[in-house]
Design a protein. Structure first.
Length: 141
């Protein structure tokens, strides 16, 4: 049975589900930082997914990247599956802007996380409701 890694539970806000992945928002308002987690048990690497799930992961990552780039006016998107701290397979999709706190360096460990206010979270959820319309189910949270 799928269970979210405790570190991801602690550091993120649940947004909803694509057919394969749970979409999370990193609770760091320095960057619009989203995380896709395949809802599969005991998976730490992409190659451990079956071929259909691998395709679905890339489709969901690509679709999310496209809508985030436009909606958040990104200068660049950082997309990565690292897993050095959290081994559960998860894909980071981070909106980067030339004026963000870490530009042009990677975001990891650059600045302390700045949690979102409830108003900021509501605004992001509303923005996502307008752009994530196909095959996406929002979680209330």
């Amino acid at each position: 049975m799928f269970a979210l890694d405790p570190r991801l539970q602690q550091d993120t806000l649940p947004i909803g589900d694509f057919p394969l992945c749970r979409l999370l928002l990193s609770n760091d308002s320095n960057y619009p930082w989203f995380i896709l987690v395949p809802r599969r048990e005991a998976i730490s690497e992409i190659f451990q997914l079956d071929v259909a799930d691998q395709r679905q992961l890339w489709q969901e990552t690509t679709a999310l990247s496209q809508v985030l780039k436009d909606s958040f006016d990104a200068d660049k998107l950082n997309v990565a599956a690292l897993g050095n701290v959290v081994s559960q397979l998860h894909m980071h999709v981070i909106v980067r802007k030339r004026e963000d706190a870490a530009w042009p360096a990677p975001v990891w460990g650059r600045h302390p996380a700045k949690p979102y206010s409830s108003e900021q979270i509501a605004a992001i959820r509303e923005r996502l409701r307008l752009i994530l319309t196909d095959d996406f189910t929002f979680l209330e949270g």
